[in-house]
Write a protein that binds this ligand. Structure first.
Ligand SMILES: CC(C)(COP(=O)(O)OP(=O)(O)OC[C@H]1O[C@@H](n2cnc3c(N)ncnc32)[C@H](O)[C@@H]1OP(=O)(O)O)[C@@H](O)C(=O)NCCC(=O)NCCS
Length: 183
């Protein structure tokens, strides 16, 4: 399993399996502007998982001073048939190491209070409650058919300090030509 930044020529493959092409194109454009990194996990040439690392938390999702100043991990997702093999762990590892390589001292994310599987994953990787009251969080994203899927979930904000995270593997990811084994 390799995790690397999405390249423009790979957008169609990701749009066929993970997210609508409008979302993929938007993320690539924001990655080009250095606003975010679009990390994709590949198995044998097929995209099987993804995570988005925002340089800073999007203002629409602002919650509190210190947390808002941290990079924000969003849309950690692994195709159902590829779960429980370490891919989610590998995506988080890659996002954290990318943030550490930029000198960020922590990362944040929001997880639905009822999402037990994701919360176990984050706890295992050292994420702790950010101390922000549980709140509602709007979600809107075009589905595969292009129709908007709006939702609202109750989330808890988590943070992780990156002091102990090795940033060394990041240059390989960034180039995309020396993919690393996440597990
Ligand atoms: C949450 C999510 C990203 C986790 O992805 P994943 O690839 O299954 O994550 P991992 O494989 O790293 O870890 C999941 C479990 O598999 C176990 N595991 C990892 N590698 C394993 C392996 N080689 N063999 C057996 N089990 C393994 C982990 O220990 C973990 O166990 P747990 O359920 O007891 O905690 C995935 O379930 C998902 O996409 N869910 C829907 C979207 C979502 O909720 N995203 C989070 C939004 S905040």
């Amino acid at each position: 399993m390799d995790v690397r930044l999405l390249r423009p020529e790979e957008a169609a493959a990701v749009a066929a399996t993970l997210r609508h092409r409008v979302v993929v194109a938007d993320r690539l454009e924001r990655q080009r502007r250095d606003e975010c990194l679009y990390l994709v996990a590949w198995e044998g040439g097929t995209p099987v998982g993804q995570a988005l690392l925002h340089r800073r938390r999007p203002s629409a999702l602002a919650v509190a001073g210190v947390v808002d100043s941290l990079p924000y991990i969003e849309d950690v997702f692994v195709l159902p048939e590829w779960r429980n093999r370490g891919i989610g762990t590998g995506l988080l590892e890659a996002a954290e190491s990318a943030a550490a390589a930029r000198g960020d001292r922590g990362v944040s994310l929001a997880v639905s209070t009822g999402n037990a599987a994701a919360r176990r994953l984050y706890t295992r990787r050292g994420y702790v409650d950010a101390g922000v009251p549980v709140h509602r969080h709007a979600t809107t994203e075009p589905g595969f058919d292009g129709e908007g899927q709006s939702g609202n979930e109750t989330v808890v904000d988590l943070v992780k300090r990156l002091d102990a995270v090795a940033a060394a593997s990041w240059p390989a990811l960034r180039g995309g030509d020396r993919p690393r084994q996440a597990r």
